[in-house]
Design a protein around this ligand. Structure first.
Ligand SMILES: [Zn+2]
Length: 80
């Protein structure tokens, strides 16, 4: 059985979401996810602050560029 992970989650650190880090964990568990990638806009603050053993957290970022395009960069979460 594979892992169920949402690879595109924004938090209140993103500027376009009001979801707290605690709510991210709660919603992920309710949806039966094993983990989430926190991909806030132009910041890693939320991804770095989310410390939990309840789900896998993959730090990521959605970077705004001068062409108003976005790119996502993710790195593998450190072992939890
Ligand atoms: Zn996004």
């Amino acid at each position: 059985m594979g892992l169920k992970i949402d690879f595109h989650v924004h938090t209140c650190y993103s500027g376009d979401s009001s979801i707290t880090l605690k709510e991210v964990v709660s919603f992920a568990k309710k949806r039966g996810l094993n983990g989430v990638a926190i991909t806030d806009h132009n910041t890693l603050k939320g991804a770095q602050k989310l410390k939990t053993n309840e789900i896998i957290v993959v730090p990521g970022i959605e970077v705004s560029t001068w062409k108003k395009a976005s790119a996502k960069f993710m790195k593998q979460a450190e072992s939890q």
